[in-house]
Design a protein around this ligand. Sequence first.
Ligand SMILES: *[C@@H]1O[C@H](CO)[C@@H](O)[C@H](O)[C@H]1NC(C)=O
Ligand SMILES: *[C@@H]1O[C@H](CO)[C@@H](O)[C@H](O)[C@H]1NC(C)=O
Ligand SMILES: *[C@@H]1O[C@H](CO)[C@@H](O)[C@H](O)[C@H]1NC(C)=O
Ligand SMILES: *[C@@H]1O[C@H](CO)[C@@H](O)[C@H](O)[C@H]1NC(C)=O
Ligand SMILES: *[C@@H]1O[C@H](CO)[C@@H](O)[C@H](O)[C@H]1NC(C)=O
Length: 498
Amino acid sequence: MASFSSYIFLIILFIISVGASEIKSIYLPGTYQSSLLVKKHDEKTKIPFKTHYFPQILDHFTFLPKSSKVFYQKYLINDQYWHKEGGGPIFVYTGNEGNIDWFAVNTGFMVDIAPKFNALLVFIEHRFYGDSMPFGNNSYKSAKTLGYLNSQQALADYAVLIRSLKQNLSSDSSPVVVFGGSYGGMLAAWFRLKYPHIAIGAVASSAPILQFDKITPWSSFYDAVSQDFKDASLNCYKVIKGSWAELDALSTHDDGLIEVSKLFRTCKALHSVYSARDWLWEAFVYTAMVNYPTEANFMMPLPAYPVEEMCKIIDGLPKGASKLSKAFAAASLYYNYTQTEKCFNLEGGTDSHGLHGWDWQACTEMVMPMTCSNESMFPPSSFSHKEFSQDCKKQYGVKPRPHWITTEFGGYRIEQVLKRFGSNMIFSNGMQDPWSRGGVLKNISSSIVALVTQKGAHHVDFRSETKNDPDWLIMQRKQEVAIIEKWLEEYYNDLKQN
Ligand SMILES: *[C@@H]1O[C@H](CO)[C@@H](O)[C@H](O)[C@H]1NC(C)=O
Ligand SMILES: *[C@@H]1O[C@H](CO)[C@@H](O)[C@H](O)[C@H]1NC(C)=O
Ligand SMILES: *[C@@H]1O[C@H](CO)[C@@H](O)[C@H](O)[C@H]1NC(C)=O
Ligand SMILES: *[C@@H]1O[C@H](CO)[C@@H](O)[C@H](O)[C@H]1NC(C)=O
Ligand SMILES: *[C@@H]1O[C@H](CO)[C@@H](O)[C@H](O)[C@H]1NC(C)=O
């Protein structure tokens, strides 16, 4: 069980649709080069982005001598559709926990709608991710440097950068709309609340801003994953639910490890059966998150509605086969859809998208307690703040502050609070995505709108349009465009009256 808590860290990473950037950018402070190409409609046309590095302040909230240290924050920009004089807005993506190129490549929605709005497109990288390392290679060394990695600093970075950009472009009156998916969506929503003078509206896709404290039931995430599989096939759910005990039984055998290594076709003999468990677990959770209606190429390429495909595999295997071998076959869809894997690497995964900073964030302010209920398809588990805190103390020398996010940004009774205070926010969620359970799923006011689709998954609305998109997805994006149009119209009407 030793690896259980570090394993929890792994799962709470917001894995976002992956797709490596076309051209790797090079770290060049202060200068820029034309680099990233982002796919547009149906992945055929690509539009170029320029990479810039902005001298950003290390600590926005104190005036200690070291606070003013400067680091270079990366951002991407495309102005080919921008019509500043014609009132074109600035669409800003508030970067999340990874390389910004990766999020830009996977937020084709902004690129798709930019021509219609004559919009400037800007993607800003989150501090401590990608190239935006305040202490270079030493950024992750200890809490002394990592201490500057938190959401409030990130939001302040975005505010400072946007103001500087607008000044440089002499576009003070251009309205800014912020966009974000997943953690980036949380940041977009919070940015609108904290900096309403900088952004006129926020589009937050699959943003679990209510996954904190006790706002959302702790078991809801894994119950939602289980529901996806149950909806696909009850037998499939039962097989997966029963497979863990078979794996545990093998762990007590003398040659259990050898058997598991053989069954899981591992490249190297396993050190622990728990890596097999993690491997299965990850496949099921991430597949539920990206249960998209069209074939998509993520960290793993997958077919349309991959949960259904996994369950078809399980249901198609002979009755006599063990539950564990069926679960393995289903998970193989996630790891081997390309059919090119010779063997599987269950231990020592890679982090090609630079997501590991999330561990620190999860151990400090992003505490999202999760449990597995008896009804989930995963082994039942509990969550203890005390144990979690001890683990974090051991790993980073700091204690989590589990109530800080709800203190800083709110969350409890969000409907009543925002009804009387906020405006111009879209919260979009797809119910296939387990993160939707911690999202805003009800309309709060006429301008704080929840767009919920039953068949949608993790920020599917932010992906590039494809010719196979179902009607509900086309409708959802249309609705988002219409709402943004309304925000802009109101903004310009207000401007005229002054
Ligand atoms: C950081 O590490 C990379 C890879 O190990 C190396 O190429 C680079 O020179 C290092 N940068 C600095 C500033 O030390
Ligand atoms: C704006 O211009 C200044 C001066 O050239 C530069 O230092 C800064 O990085 C620019 N801001 C942005 C967001 O690029
Ligand atoms: C991946 O799929 C191919 C084609 O079905 C198969 O030959 C191969 O054995 C699979 N790899 C593993 C590790 O199971
Ligand atoms: C789950 O099952 C265990 C063992 O059957 C039982 O002790 C426990 O109370 C159950 N928990 C819940 C939340 O139902
Ligand atoms: C919120 O209101 C919009 C109309 O503005 C509607 O289309 C949508 O379905 C509503 N959302 C929910 C969750 O009821």
